[in-house]
Every structure is written in C-alpha cells, then in structure tokens.
Design a protein around this ligand. Structure first.
Ligand SMILES: Nc1ncnc2c1ncn2[C@@H]1O[C@H](COP(=O)(O)OP(=O)(O)OP(=O)(O)O)[C@@H](O)[C@H]1O
Length: 360
C-alpha cells in the first residue's frame, strides 16, 4: 500500500462541552475521490475547517502528501476549496479569477497561461472568459469556481456541498462535469455533502458520519448492498429494517413465516431489505395490505402494511400493478442483508433518518 495522500490521525475537535469531531482516522489515497456524507450537525464543516487551517484541532494530526500540516497557516497548505456559495471575486472577470491564486503563488506568467487555458478548455468556459461573475448563471459561476481550484493543482481538493445551491437538473449535469474534471486532473478529492444520491453517484469511497464520528467507510456499492451499521443502511438510500430472531441461515419474520438470510446469524438481529428487494404478489389471503401508491416515474413505490409494520416496496418498469387496499403476499427474491449484530442497539439519530410519510 502506498502512503496515503491525506491522513487524519485520531483527529478531534471540542467546542466547550460539545464534541464536533471525535477521534477520527481516515486515509485518502492519491487521486481518490472520497465523499464525507452525514446529516446536518455531524461534523462535516468542522472537519473541512480543520483541513483548511481556519480552525485548530483539539487533538490529533493531519498529514498531507507525507508532511504534517495541522500546525501550518491556511496559505501554507497545498489545498484548494470549492464552496457552496462559489465565492468568486466579484470585481474580477473569469480569467482574472482563475489567475489570482497563481499570481499570489508567484507562478511564472507562461505557466499561468498554460494552466488557465487548460482549465478553461476542460471546464467548457471559453465563451465566458471575459465575463464578470454577476453576468454568469449559478451553474456557470460554479464551473468557474471549480476551474479556479483546478489551476492551483493542489495536493488536495476540498468541496463543501458545491452543488447544493443549484436546481436538480443543473446539479445532475454539473455532477457529471465535476467527475469529468476529476478524471482529467486526477486530483485527490474530499467532497462533503448531506446528499446521499450525490455521494453514491460520485465517489470511489464514502465516509458515513453521524454525531461527530465515522460510522462506516466503503465503496458506494458495498455500503448500499452490504452496510454493517443500521445508520448506514437507512441514510444511504431507503431500506426496510426488520428486527428478527435468526437461527442459522433463516429468520423468523415479525408477521410469521420464515425468510432466508444473506449470511448465518443467531439470536436477535436486524435485517435490511431495500424496497427493490421485496416482491409483491396479489393474494386475497396475503399478509399485507397496500396502503399507499407513489408513482416515481421509472418505478412505483408501494407502502404495504404487514402486521404492525409499514414496508416500502419498489417495482421497476411495470407501471402501477397494485391498488390501494389490495391484499398482497410478500416475498424476498434476494435474501435480506444481516446487519452486524452489535448494531441492533447502537446509538443512532433516529430523528435524523429519512422517513417516508405514509398516510394510512
Ligand atoms: N463554534 C462552535 N461552538 C460550539 N459548537 C459548535 C461550533 N461549531 C460547530 N459546533 C457544533 O459542532 C457540531 C458539528 O457541527 P458542524 O458545523 O461541523 O456540522 P455539519 O455536519 O457541517 O452540519 P451542516 O451540514 O448543518 O453544516 C454541531 O453539533 C455544532 O452545533
């Protein structure tokens, strides 16, 4: 394993009695795109501020490109940041915005021109080089902000929710632009967001955080299909959690019946079944009743009451098949995933979990 480009060692930040970040270890490899994902207040901004150097850690170390940097002032850290609010210099045109940091660093003029020319090309900003920020749309301003960070060729790119001020359509297209930019520059990137779709779509790895602690780290696919923690299962995408009694490779369902589990387990465990991993079949004798039908375009989401529970079941590409009030039988074509046993009782911010409103 090569030396990581960024390494956090037991990094903590306390504000009086509040622990904003607790004993955090993290390695980001050179060229990797890592997203820090968590709900409001989980410590994302605290982490970014310490990386930038505008806030000091209470304890722990930050290493970048082989050197310890937590004692250095912001201007001596080889880090560029892209902000949610773009933060362009309003009195400078696009080219001057891109040139500013390079001039401050004393980069020779010919090298400045080369880097700016390249950034403008790969960011598709040619038509706007002489425009002032106020004469650009939000999406264009954010592209300038990205290009301004890219020209610095920093050891680390930080992104603080850079797409959250844009409307949904633009967010998607800029997400692709940003990834293309990353592909072309290979910059080591730490991207902070509370948007799980963004985290899953963009990242090599996702760091899931809650209450100032790293809950779990993994590839989007691993975290989605094989989360270890209850919090990850619910924060990254939607899921149905079932507290069951397991024995070997099967478990007793709360409403009766038995289900195969993804791996052997014993005693009280929590199963996670994604809405698309449950199937419905019309059956007057079925254990479930369709309570709500939510058309979602490519799929239909059904809220099904079974016993005292509401489960969410998604069927893709079929249009609406089941009607409100219909009796259905539930099955699990793919064995539900068993969360780590120690996590059934783990402290998680239940209030912070995304819930789907269902009216009975
Ligand atoms: N200067 C401060 N003094 C006291 N507490 C603070 C201070 N700054 C942050 N906190 C607390 O630290 C915790 C983490 O805050 P932080 O701003 O890092 O969260 P966040 O994940 O960035 O949230 P958001 O997404 O809403 O910006 C919160 O409980 C917050 O109230």
């Amino acid at each position: 394993m090569t030396e990581p480009q960024l390494e956090l060692r037991a990094l903590s930040k306390h504000y009086g009695g509040v622990t904003a970040l607790h004993d955090t270890d993290l390695c980001v490899q050179r060229g990797e795109f890592v997203t820090v994902l968590g709900p409001s207040g989980c410590g994302k901004s605290t982490l970014l501020r310490m990386l930038m150097g505008i806030s000091q850690p209470s304890s722990g170390e930050i290493h970048l490109a082989g050197a310890r940097i937590d004692g250095l002032p912001p201007e001596r850290r080889d880090i560029a940041m892209v902000f949610q609010s773009y933060a362009l210099f309003p009195h400078m045109n696009v080219r001057a915005n891109l040139a500013f940091g390079l001039k401050m660093r004393g980069v020779p003029k010919a090298e400045q021109d080369r880097r700016i020319g390249h950034a403008i090309r790969i960011s598709n900003l040619e038509p706007y080089v002489n425009r002032m920020p106020r004469d650009l749309s939000g999406g264009q301003q954010q592209r300038v902000a990205l290009a301004r960070a890219v020209v610095m060729q920093p050891a680390l790119m930080l992104y603080d929710e850079p797409l959250s001020n844009l409307d949904a359509k633009l967010r998607e297209s800029l997400r692709e632009d940003l990834l293309e930019l990353h592909r072309q520059t290979g910059a080591t990137s730490l991207y902070v967001t509370h948007d799980q779709t963004e985290a899953m779509a963009m990242s090599d790895r996702v760091v899931v955080m809650n209450f100032g602690q790293v809950v779990e780290v993994g590839t989007p696919e691993a975290l989605y299909h094989r989360p270890r923690r209850r919090f990850t299962a619910t924060f990254l995408g939607q899921t149905n959690l079932l507290d069951v009694e397991a024995s070997g490779e099967s478990a007793q369902l709360p409403w009766g019946g038995v289900v195969q589990t993804g791996r052997p387990a014993r005693g009280r465990v929590t199963l996670s079944a994604r809405p698309e991993e449950i199937a419905l079949c019309r059956d007057p004798q079925g254990e479930g009743t369709v309570q709500q039908v939510l058309f979602q375009g490519p799929s239909v989401l059904y809220a099904v009451q079974v016993g005292g529970l509401i489960l969410h079941v998604s069927e893709a590409g079929t249009g609406q098949v089941h009607a409100r009030g219909e009796r259905v039988r539930l099955s699990f074509p793919r064995p539900p995933h068993v969360l780590d046993e120690d996590t059934a009782a783990a402290p998680v911010a239940e209030t912070a979990l995304p819930t789907l409103e269902v009216s009975a």
